[in-house]
Design a protein around this ligand. Structure first.
Ligand SMILES: Nc1ncnc2c1ncn2[C@@H]1O[C@H](COP(=O)(O)OP(=O)(O)OP(=O)(O)O)[C@@H](O)[C@H]1O
Length: 616
């Protein structure tokens, strides 16, 4: 082979661009090697060692190869590509001997060259060159090493992940034998040595059946992977018999040869307890919200004190029944408000609430007021009249001051309560009504009935559901609450701005006894706002102090111009105080008249005029 031929090979190789993984530099290197290792005929080539690194292209003649496995082989051009033979790249320790008249091209490179086809003048046949993909192999090997490393680091990460997981991870095979667990699983199963044990053993029957059926149903499925949430909470029984409730997932992985299942379980015991607590609290909150809503519902009863809360609770309890209610309480405590609240909260709310004050209507008129009369039933009954009971049909009647109902009328009321019927005055026909009865009194009706002033049977008929409305002085801070609300509403009504109640003011409100209860408070606030100037109110001057209460006030004491109503009220209060102080003794040295510097007869007429009645 002459130089130009070699150059031709070199050029050819330069132009070859299809050697995958071999870049141009390495090709040129190749060419250099070709040049240096070309042996002409008759030269003997002795090469000992690993021939895997070189490729021998026998251009003509023969070579002998001694190797460990093949012992001795002769390669000639005839063995391969017509006139050219190739000793391939199988790495072996061998010696190669060129026979006489042999030309061998040795390509000393780790990249093997396979001559496949070329027509370059010095050969007849087709010679092409392929560089075997050693380079690729290297790359693959490099990649393999990298992936191995990756796998190693991946599996380190994976085991870190699995071992660090709070959830219990249990892998098992088709026979339900555990093949892998993480520390959380061991903790859950209360066992560090669970491998090869049956996973179902650690569940109660229902849960074991569930897992088994999921696995079996999954097997019928052709896909090799599934991932399911467990449809139910499963119960794990640890080796120490500890039972825990868990939720989780089950997944399947596999190939044609084997299938694995992974159970990921989460102990939800604590969560369930917390959830239960949340549920309880939510229900409780809802209940309280409802209660608050009901208790403050549109009835206008301002109350924060427990004593009034009890009243509101009773209202709520009784409202939706048809039970007769007897409301007890001092004057002005809000008995009527309570009656209205009951009616409003009842299912009769859309029907009328008819009120009648039994103490305010003359005895001879009360019967016709309550039950109505026919035309001409009595002198002056020129037209027939519908009584309050009939007006209240399907609704509620509120019999205020029931203690004042004349004794002779009481059987008639009893009959309405018992039978829901009555005969109007002067009528021979009976009227049927559906009326809910609410009665109120400031009197001790039981005592009253024992004294024969009230029918005992009627008392018991009325007293089905008693509600006692406490006096304002017994409602703690409610007095301030109501006062504040009244200051606000009167200032709006009178279009007057006034300063808010201070601590000292509230103290005054709390100290006073409020014998007239909420009504008295209401009147006092209204009066204060009427007389107020520049938004300032001297509450100390307006609210009778405890000291002042001890001694009845002299009427001349106040230097402020009082209204006629105020004067009457003040006089009434003064007389009441004097009477209380003297134990209702009017005349004599220690009598109220002497205390008030009035004649006993004057005092007696004043008591009558002011409607002062000695409490029973
Ligand atoms: N808790 C309260 N919150 C707000 N206002 C109230 C409260 N209690 C009573 N009132 C008001 O006080 C006034 C007197 O109340 P109510 O007429 O209901 O008392 P009463 O006990 O029926 O009086 P009487 O004994 O004279 O029949 C009413 O204007 C009422 O609106």
């Amino acid at each position: 082979m002459n130089k130009s031929e070699l150059d031709e090979i070199a050029n050819f190789l330069k132009g070859v661009s299809f050697f995958s993984g071999v870049n141009r530099v390495s090709l040129l290197e190749l060419c250099k090697n070709i040049k240096t290792k070309f042996f002409e005929k008759n030269e003997r080539i002795i090469n000992k060692g690993d021939i895997g690194d070189a490729m021998y292209v026998i251009l003509n003649g023969k070579v002998n190869v001694h190797d460990k496995q093949h012992s001795y082989s002769t390669f000639s051009t005839a063995d391969c590509f017509g006139e050219y033979a190739l000793i391939d790249d199988e790495p072996r320790s061998a010696s190669v001997t060129a026979m006489e008249d042999t030309s061998v091209l040795i390509i000393e490179s780790k990249y093997f060259v396979e001559l496949v086809s070329t027509d370059m003048g010095f050969t007849k046949g087709i010679l092409s060159v392929l560089i075997k993909r050693h380079r690729e192999l290297d790359v693959i090997q490099e990649r393999l090493a990298a992936s191995k490393q990756e796998i190693e680091s991946g599996s380190a990460k994976m085991s870190g992940l699995i071992n660090g997981a709070m959830d219990a991870i249990i892998m098992f095979d088709e026979k339900f034998q555990i093949i892998l667990t993480n520390p959380s699983a061991n903790k859950l199963l209360e066992n560090d040595d669970v491998l090869q044990r049956k996973v179902l053993f650690f569940f109660d029957d229902a849960s074991a059946n569930l897992i088994e059926s999921l696995v079996k149903s999954g097997l019928d499925d052709n896909t090799k992977m599934f991932n399911n949430y467990l449809p139910e909470i499963v119960k794990v029984i640890g080796s120490n018999e500890t039972e825990t409730l868990n939720e989780g997932t089950i997944s399947r992985y596999g190939n044609d040869r084997e299938t694995f299942y992974t159970l990921i379980l989460r102990n939800i015991e604590e969560r369930l307890i917390a959830q239960e607590k949340i549920n309880q609290l939510t229900t409780h909150t809802k209940y309280l919200e409802e209660e608050i809503e009901q208790l403050t519902n549109n009835h206008g009863i301002l109350a924060e004190d427990i004593s009034m809360f009890n009243v509101l609770k009773l209202i709520e309890q009784v409202a939706n029944t048809d039970a007769t209610v007897l409301i007890n309480g001092e004057t002005g405590t809000g008995k009527e408000l309570v009656a209205r609240a009951i009616h409003t909260a009842s299912n009769r709310a859309k029907k009328p609430l008819v009120r009648i004050n039994c103490g305010a209507i003359p005895a001879n008129l009360i019967e016709s007021e309550l039950f109505g009369h026919e035309k001409g039933a009595f002198t002056g009954a020129t037209v027939a009249r519908k009584g309050r009971f009939l007006m209240a049909d399907k609704g509620t009647i509120f019999l205020d001051e029931i203690g004042e109902l004349p004794l002779d009328l009481q059987p008639k009321l009893l009959r309405v309560i018992q039978e829901g019927e009555f005969d109007p005055l002067g009528s021979s026909s009976t009227v049927k009504v559906d009326v809910r009865i609410i009665a109120a009194t400031h009197r001790d009706l039981l005592k009253f009935s024992k004294e024969g002033k009230f029918r005992e049977d009627l008392f018991y008929r009325l007293n089905v559901f008693p509600i006692n409305v406490p006096a304002l002085k017994d409602r703690g801070n409610d007095v301030c609450l109501i006062a504040e609300s009244m200051v606000k509403s009167f200032s709006e009504k009178l279009n007057k701005r006034v300063t808010a109640l201070t601590k000292e003011h509230k103290k005054l409100f709390l100290e006073y006894e409020w014998p007239g209860n909420v009504r008295e408070l209401q009147n006092l606030v209204e009066r204060a706002l009427i007389v107020s100037k520049n938004g300032e109110i001297d509450w100390a001057d307006i609210i009778p102090s405890t000291d002042k209460e001890d001694l009845p006030q002299s009427q001349e004491k106040s230097n402020r111009v009082l209204t006629a109503e105020e004067l009457v009220q003040m006089e009434r209060e003064n007389i009441l105080k004097a009477l209380r102080q003297t134990n209702w003794k009017i005349s004599g040295d220690k009598g109220a008249a002497a205390l008030l510097k009035l004649r006993p007869t004057t005092l007696t007429s004043k008591i009558k005029a002011l409607g002062i009645v000695r409490p029973i």
